[in-house]
Unconditional design. Sequence first.
Length: 158
Amino acid sequence: MKKQHIDIEVESYNNITELPADEQELVKLAEEAAKNAYAKYSHFFVGAAVKLANGEIITGNNQENNAYPSGLCAERVALFYANAKYPDVPVTKMAIVAIYKDDILQEPVAPCGACRQVMLETEVRFDTPIRTILVGKSKILAMNDIKSMLPLSFNFDF
């Protein structure tokens, strides 16, 4: 048996003001999107904002449904809308914010596995890394590509 280590690089920030101006804007739009989520059952409001290579910003939020699992996560709502509206334009950045009880969570929330797979597919589709910013009140984490979040991914090689 041979053991291997998989290392990823994650940037950590103490607050939003440490981010570049365009990323601060993306975080604010993700927060606004989270506030408009339809989270009647979980009361867990998530917003995502994606920046495209053409400068456009698309937001999405989680949409729950009484017939679980018919709902959809914020990340996939934003990505699917961006890819539907601008099918030939790569996504370059994404910010994700989660709110519970009217406040941003202390720790950043990472995307679920299904969202990570869709994010990776978007990254691979356009051969463009997606910088992802995960926002919490006590810290912000950022990765320069989705492969960092899903190193053992299902991909075209299979």
